[in-house]
Ligand binder design. Structure first.
Ligand code: GLN
Length: 547
């Protein structure tokens, strides 16, 4: 039976709870324990799949096709443990399950209430897979005191009582604000936050205190006293230059020791931190810099492309070079020549996206990269745009476009080189979709295999011809354009195993131009950079030596 660490936050949001959870997971692994991380989000959306990336940041897709919170990306990047659909839940999902059961008559005529019906549903979710790992780390989204969060806090309280003594601990993150005028760190908000937590029956065992300034011993003792936490379990968390410092920094501050102490695990197994020392060595001792332009739509909020930003950093680590990624709004290229903008970069990445806005600009960015021999990585929509560019400018399909844009506009304007996928095979069964299906959860989602053409650039990059990558899209490049496009040099170098769905395209006579229908960024780790990102940055490095 797993031990449970519940991670909550107070005072303000965006304290880095996800990162602290992920770093703790990495540290427990370094001590030889197996871990799984889980996120409970209080919002009422059933999942983040339908939320705007501007609002919620990236949607992280799991192998088994769940659309989840971007914190699950941090969990995977720090622990290497692939998340599952049972690792992410929202109030929306919980309530929807409860209401479905009620409609089916499963509650046998009882009055349905938050306690026990909603809390039981949450506890069932917490239970899943508890016999598989040593530690289950469960992060509750939002801050203590949020109305939507209450059922989750109540459920974890009950859960810890249902389990044998000593199986569950609570870790709470807060902020110590600094008052410049008096030169003081203030502990009162932390005291109030813990008071709020205790009023709903939760006593934190470990307190993680974010602070921009060193926390004097005196303040640490004061927090311990007022919050009823042991002094060595008040863990300072200072700002870091890179998120990948978090495991080593938290270890220095005693986080993993405090957690093991709270469980009474003694003597604690010694940690092996070489993986993280190597990661830091690669980050700190990078030589030179390559500049990558990311031509996208959701450029105002960096979190919208979180995994891509991280995967580029990993690609830099693989080549021991710093990567400077800059975001350019694709719409600019609809009215302006891309050359003066893009000439300053060693590589161009066009990420995934939805809707027509900005797509003509992305097509022009792909054209620039193809014509000028600049390394190009097109991800999902970025691949579709590269194919449309080749269809228009090389294969003579002047009005090539995607059915997505015609559907959105409600009129037919394009020849659909990219069309709406109505059926495909997943494992042993056939999946069918219609254009007017619900938006939520109806895309081609999760891990699918692809077969790469031997001798292609992409097979060389991967070092194999059989791969499996995560998908999240509704539209697909039409196979009937394979022949005319290949005749113009755009090879279909990766296909679904049944040969029906193009997964990868590449320009034969180009130093490095690859478009992929899937999202390689989701599987990249700092200690195992994704081959496509390692290869892309290597190509950018070669390009930087040319110019
Ligand atoms: N909008 C495109 C589709 O649905 C691409 C999706 C994406 O880039 N993730 O096929």
């Amino acid at each position: 039976m797993a031990r449970y660490v519940f991670i909550t936050g107070g005072v303000v949001s965006s304290l880095g709870k996800g990162l602290a959870s992920a770093a703790l997971g990495a540290l427990l692994q370094a001590r030889g324990f197996s871990v799984r991380l889980r996120k409970l989000d209080p919002y009422l959306n059933v999942d983040p799949g339908t939320m705007s990336p501007f609002e919620h940041g990236e949607v992280f897709v799991t192998d088994d096709g769940a659309e989840t919170d971007l914190d699950l990306g941090h969990y995977e990047r720090f622990t290497g443990v692939s998340a599952r659909n049972t690792d992410s839940v929202s109030s929306g999902r919980i309530y929807s399950n409860v209401l479905e059961k009620e409609r089916r008559g499963e509650y046998l005529g009882k009055t349905i209430q938050v306690i026990p019906h909603v809390t039981n549903e949450i506890k069932d979710f917490l239970d899943v897979g508890d016999d598989e790992v040593d530690f289950m780390l469960c992060e509750i989204g939002g801050t203590v005191g949020d109305i939507e969060g209450l059922p989750f806090f109540e459920a974890i309280r009950q859960f810890s009582q249902d389990r044998p003594r000593g199986q569950c601990i609570f870790m709470h993150l807060t902020l110590l604000p600094y008052l410049a005028a008096s030169g003081e760190l203030k502990t009162k908000p932390t005291q109030h936050s813990v008071k709020e937590l205790r009023s709903i029956g939760l006593q934190p065992d470990v307190l993680v205190c974010r602070s921009e300034h060193p926390i004097p011993e005196k303040e640490r003792a004061k927090i311990a006293l007022f919050c009823n936490v042991r002094p060595d379990s008040v863990i300072p968390a200072y700002d870091l230059k890179s998120i990948y410092e978090a495991p080593l920094a938290y270890h220095r501050m005693g986080l993993d020791q405090a957690v093991l102490d709270a469980f009474g695990i003694s003597p604690a197994p010694k940690p092996d931190l070489t993986r993280w020392e190597d990661v830091m060595d690669r980050l700190n001792n990078a030589e030179g810099e390559v500049r990558v332009a990311i031509v996208g739509k959701y450029v105002q909020l960096e979190d919208a492309y979180k995994s891509i930003a991280e995967a580029l950093t990993h690609g830099g680590m693989a080549n021991r070079v710093r990567v400077k990624a800059e975001w350019i709004d694709a719409e600019i290229f609809e009215t302006e020549d891309p050359a003066p903008y893009l000439e300053n970069y060693h590589a161009i990445l066009v990420p995934g996206g939805f809707g027509e806005r900005g797509t003509e600009g992305k097509i022009r960015a792909a054209q620039f990269a193809r014509e000028k021999g600049v390394p190009y990585l097109g991800i999902c929509l970025g691949m579709q745009m590269a194919v449309i560019e080749a269809a228009r400018n090389l294969a003579g399909v002047a009005d090539a476009g995607s059915e997505e844009f015609d559907h959105e506009a409600g009129k037919k304007r394009f020849t659909p080189v990219v069309y709406h996928l109505k059926e495909w095979v997943q494992g042993n069964h056939r999946v069918e979709r219609k254009l007017d299906d619900d938006k939520g959860g109806t895309m081609r989602l999760g891990a699918y295999s692809a077969v790469l053409q031997a001798g292609s650039k992409v097979a060389e990059v991967y070092g194999t011809t059989d791969i499996e990558e995560r998908h999240r899209h509704r539209y697909e490049v039409d196979i009937k354009y394979r022949e005319p496009l290949e005749a113009c040099g755009l090879e279909f170098s990766g296909m679904s195993p049944d040969g029906r769905l193009p997964e990868i395209v590449e320009h034969k006579d180009h130093p490095w131009f690859i478009g992929v229908q899937f999202h390689p960024e989701l599987k990249s780790k700092p200690f195992a950079p994704h081959p496509l990102f390692a290869g892309f940055i290597k190509a950018a490095l070669d390009q930087s030596r040319l110019v």
